[in-house]
Design a protein around this ligand. Structure first.
Ligand code: SAH
Length: 247
């Protein structure tokens, strides 16, 4: 067994049942192209290969794990040594269903990178730290990344997974989410929208008027005394549109 490294967030999922549930949630169809993020020793990879997918890209950062993954004998597998928080998913050619038991230390960064490549990722199923999984599905604390994700994807919390299903067991519970790209998307410039959201969610307890000019808030029809968690998605998009024009 490979030596597991904390720095890479390596917690292998060893429950056959949970692995199957994750793969099942991706609804793989004949001929699909799939990308697995953080292949590790290939526990999930092997389950995914039971489906009639056409191509399976496996992204992995740790060279030792890449070595292990290279031993899988299946013509459909393409191993990519790289950082999934930076990888250009669209360079893999065409649409991909994404899946992974994400390394928790960079799970949010990977989800962010997926959103930046939404044009080639219609669907994703990810295991994350439960707290992050809840935030991303609008159930936990409001966060900029949760709003960023939900602007472009419908996101659903599927199920929780306790530490005992992993080797070594993490200190926290995990949660699996599914994201499905929305049909009607606002056309926004992603970098600018991200910068706006991080500003909006900075100093969360402060009133909006501390972060944006009062006139701007009023023009968007938003009470300047509110706090960010009191805004709906529609409010946020309306404010962004006014902010964009005024910038
Ligand atoms: N899929 C396996 C392993 C999950 S652990 C299983 O379920 O058992 C997470 C994996 O992500 C580890 O193998 C780790 O080396 C890898 N990893 C860590 N950071 C990464 C990154 N930035 N990009 C891609 N893979 C990464």
């Amino acid at each position: 067994m490979a030596r597991l490294k904390k720095s890479y967030g390596q917690h292998l999922l060893v429950s056959e049942g949970v692995l199957k549930n994750i793969a099942q949630s991706l609804s793989i169809e004949e001929g699909d192209r799939v990308v697995e993020i953080g292949g590790g020793t290939g526990n999930l990879t092997k389950v995914l290969l039971k489906y009639p997918l056409k191509e399976l890209f496996v992204v992995e950062l740790d060279p030792e794990m890449v070595e292990k993954l290279s031993q899988i004998e299946d013509e459909r597998v393409r191993i990519i040594r790289g950082d999934a928080s930076k990888l250009d998913f669209c360079s893999l050619g065409g649409e991909l269903k994404a899946v992974g038991n994400l390394p928790y230390n960079v799970g949010s960064l990977i989800v962010e990178n997926v959103i930046f490549h939404k044009d080639c990722i219609p669907v994703g199923v990810f295991m994350l730290q439960k707290e992050v999984a809840l935030k991303l599905t609008g159930k936990g604390e409001p966060s900029w990344l949760g709003v960023f994700l939900q602007t472009f994807y419908e996101s659903e919390y599927l199920f929780s997974v306790p530490p005992r299903f992993f080797v070594p067991p993490p200190k926290v519970d995990s949660g699996v989410i599914r994201i499905i790209r929305r049909e009607n998307q606002p056309s926004l410039e992603l970098k600018g929208y991200k910068a706006f959201l991080t500003k909006l969610f900075s100093m969360r307890r402060k009133m909006l008027k501390k972060k944006f000019p009062q006139e701007l808030l009023e023009e968007a029809g938003i009470d300047p005394h509110l706090r960010v968690e009191q805004l709906s998605m529609e409010d946020i998009l309306r404010l962004y549109n006014v902010y964009e024009v005024k910038r």
